[in-house]
Design a protein around this ligand. Sequence first.
Ligand SMILES: [Zn+2]
Length: 212
Amino acid sequence: MEFYKKILENNKKWVEEKLSVNPTYFARLAEGQQPPLLWIGCSDSRVPANEIIGAEPGEVFVHRNIANMVVHSDMNMLSVLDYAVNALKVQHVIVCGHYGCGGVKAAMGNSSIGIIDNWIRHIKDVYRLHKDELDAVENEKERFNRFVEINVREQVLDLAKTSIVQSAWKNGQKLHLHGWVYGLNSGYVTDLNVNFSSNEDLDEVYQLYFGK
Ligand SMILES: [Zn+2]
């Protein structure tokens, strides 16, 4: 109960602080949003999107789930992506994974945790795709880190495969996809330099053609 009371108090303090600097702070925000960035990150409490990049309210549209997955049948993710790209016209989408990710760790093991097993399975699919590379890393911690990085790359690729992103590119919309990994013990992010800017960067089977 202490914690619960504290967060309500924190909210009041936060509002007062913001208003003391700028009396129209919330009135301005209420007018609308035009964030330049969509963040797809992990639900992990230690990876707060705004804080890490020093973003103010209004600057980043956020979607988070376990292990920052881009699952092509996930209506939640697709709706967020569609709104971000087609309504808000974001120019950047960042998939941000993090070292020490519990979801990725679970995907390396075989224990059943519950219904989440079915979500984790998507991460296991990534392992299977990169089994040779991952199995070759003998040190378990290094293999775990590598898997986190590979998973981010794969999710950026999955973003590029979506009809939403391909359609935006076809229409000449500026849309840059990025893959990052956040270090829980350093606070720094590493840009994995996974860059796609056209559907021609995709395997042919994934390329979509629009219209005639
Ligand atoms: Zn995580």
